[in-house]
Design a protein around this ligand. Structure first.
Ligand code: NAP
Length: 283
């Protein structure tokens, strides 16, 4: 079997065009969705991420603010910036780029964002909403993975989904979203003893670990759908995922590439959440 690609760039283009159309009509009514991105320090990867996020905002017609703050910023000063943005009516979404420098407690900062502006979906109020099935913002990366499954018309009901990774931003919310769609979900992590045994039973595998070749062809059931969240570098410095793409694409029915898979979908879902936040203030 040669797997079909789930193209995150193409799906993103379609969804971003929808966001742009809705934004245009909101702007005609005097409302421009606005996102504020706070970057503390000069981490090179973070700089690229925030640039991409701000550019994506501009492309769909949002108002966006990028605040570059010094690496030695105190936690109190960052909390004060967040508090000001919580009250800024031009801003519907606030994103604090992680990781933060060691003097700042990231969780305290996330909890200081007004939940209705927490478009990353990391605040406990939004995590709790996902857990209990209430409305709220879903974390962008797993939400993007769900959109990818939706784009191929995949019905999760009764399927076995295996999520590799249990972080608060990817693995755990991913598992909850799959559960909400009636999949039977197994969560694996670094202490899982029999990973291959479990992935071989899976109709859907989501790999969110951050290590190359966590999922190889011998670990995948023929016809399974494989979503690769991982972002790693190979020996040549090229971006690659957690999945052995060449091998697994011979076994799976659908697979997401890296790059061009989950990555662009993450930013797209940030736009979707920010738009939803702006629409909420309007309704
Ligand atoms: P993380 O917080 O480091 O979590 C990694 C998870 O993988 C942990 O739960 C860990 O288990 C588990 N793990 C580690 N080694 C394992 C192994 N050998 N077998 C099974 N599980 C193992 O990472 P994250 O933030 O969730 O991100 C995961 C990956 O996704 C990274 O490569 C990251 O760069 C990427 N990512 C991509 C996007 C995107 O937009 N494409 C967005 C976010 C993250 P323990 O809990 O037991 O330690």
């Amino acid at each position: 079997m040669t797997a079909q690609l789930i193209d995150g760039n193409r799906l993103s283009q379609t969804l971003r065009a929808e966001v742009a159309r809705t934004t245009e009509s909101l702007r005609a009514q005097g409302l421009q969705p606005g996102l504020a991105v706070l970057l503390v320090g000069e981490d090179p990867a973070s700089q690229v991420y925030v640039r991409n996020k701000v550019k994506a905002c501009e492309d769909v017609g949002f108002f966006s603010v990028l605040e570059r703050l010094p690496a030695n910023l105190s936690e109190a000063d960052l909390l004060a910036r967040v508090a000001a943005l919580n009250h800024d009516p031009r801003i519907h979404g606030i994103l604090v780029q992680l990781p933060l420098p060691p003097q700042i407690n990231a969780q305290r900062v996330i909890e200081s964002i007004a939940p209705e502006k927490d478009v990353d979906g990391f605040h406990v109020a939004n995590a709790g909403a996902l857990l209990t099935g209430l409305p709220g913002y879903w974390p962008c990366t797993p939400h993007g993975c769900m959109k990818m499954l939706e784009s191929i018309g995949y019905n999760l009901r009764g399927k076995h989904a295996v999520v590799i990774g249990r972080s608060n931003i990817v693995g755990k919310p991913m598992a909850l979203m799959l559960l909400q769609q009636n999949a039977t979900v197994t969560i694996c992590h670094s202490a899982t003893a029999n990973l291959r045994e479990l992935t071989l039973q899976a109709d859907v595998v989501v790999a969110a670990v951050g290590k190359r070749r966590v999922l190889t062809a011998d670990m995948v059931k023929p016809g399974a759908v494989v979503i690769d969240v991982g972002m790693n570098r190979d020996e040549a410095g090229k971006l690659c995922g957690d999945v052995d793409f060449a091998g697994v694409s011979q076994v799976a029915s659908y697979i997401t590439p890296v790059p061009g898979g989950v990555g662009p979908m993450t930013i797209t879902m940030l736009l979707v959440n920010t738009l939803a936040s702006a629409q909420r203030t309007h309704s």
